[in-house]
Design a binder for this molecule. Structure first.
Ligand code: NAP
Length: 257
């Protein structure tokens, strides 16, 4: 699809399963060297094996400076540099206000938002060397556009990613690095399975296309932002949600039958 990507190197965080795994597989298919990152080495290596011979699995906690340094070191050792960072790792535990603890809040912010700062900081030198560096964030519709009970911390982390993105895009533009975000709606992943069948059925019913998305839907959007063809796009978002954010009321959905 994008001729400009072959031979480049991508780090995909949170790639042992779900959307990150989908991104890793799609980028491998497009001819990139892929660094599959998760906290579990066995799982990361299993996905790397599916990606093929030009992929490695790395164990790293991206909520820590040491973890991010380790993933960069592994990428440089294996492939000589980094062209693209897909900052995808994230968690979405549920806790409503009144029950949410300070530790709950900190864990979500550290994993989803601080990890973005740490990952970008760790990759920065290599992305500058690339001459056409790309940062692709997996944000969400939840936070930037919508809300959902139990996810005030999650929504804050995902909206915070976009605030980070807009200033990072300005700061890094002179270095020819773009920073963009995909905003998924409800995508069928292992993490989503954990929400249970009732949540999934209700989510599908609320989407004009009447189905959850699949990981390839997000991976294709990420691949576009990563491509040379998207080089003049920075600080932007792309909602990939089957139209979920569009109905102005339940009546708008009911009118569709
Ligand atoms: P998932 O199936 O639960 O997978 C999450 C991935 O993140 C796993 O590979 C996990 O690997 C990794 N991870 C978690 N904490 C990490 C850490 N501290 N360091 C490194 N890796 C870590 O989740 P998903 O549904 O694919 O979601 C992926 C991203 O998409 C998240 O940022 C999420 O917020 C966003 N998103 C998802 C949806 C959706 O509907 N699924 C919608 C909007 C946005 P290990 O456990 O092996 O570390």
């Amino acid at each position: 699809m994008f001729a400009s990507l072959g031979g480049k190197t991508v780090i995909v965080t949170g790639a042992s399963r779900g959307i990150g795994k989908g991104i890793a597989l799609r980028f491998a298919e497009a001819g990139l060297n892929v660094v599959v990152v998760s906290r579990r080495l066995d799982e990361a290596q299993a996905v790397a094996a599916l990606c093929g011979p030009k992929a490695i699995g790395v164990a790293a906690d991206v909520a820590t400076t040491a973890g991010c340094a380790a993933m960069v070191a592994a990428a440089v050792e294996a492939f000589g540099g980094i062209d693209i960072l897909c900052a995808n790792a994230g968690i979405f535990p549920s806790a409503t206000l009144g029950t949410m603890t300070e530790a709950d809040f900190d864990t979500v912010i550290d994993t989803n938002l601080k990890s973005l700062f740490l990952s970008v900081s760790a990759c920065l030198q290599e992305l500058k060397k690339s001459g056409a560096g790309r940062i692709v964030i997996t944000s969400s519709i939840t936070g930037p556009i919508t809300g959902y009970p139990g996810w005030s911390h999650y929504g804050a982390s995902k909206a915070g990613q976009l605030g980070f993105m807009r200033t990072a895009a300005i700061e890094l533009a002179p270095k020819k690095i773009t920073v963009n975000a995909v905003m998924p709606g409800n995508i069928m992943t292992e993490g989503m399975e954990g929400m249970g069948p009732d949540y999934i059925a209700a989510a599908a019913a609320s989407i004009p296309q009447k189905a959850l998305g699949v990981v390839a839907d997000i991976a294709n959007a990420a691949l576009f932002f990563a491509s040379g063809e998207a080089g003049y796009i920075t600080g932007q978002t792309l909602v990939v949600d089957g139209g979920q954010v569009l109905p102005e009321s339940p009546a708008a959905m009911e009118a569709m039958g």
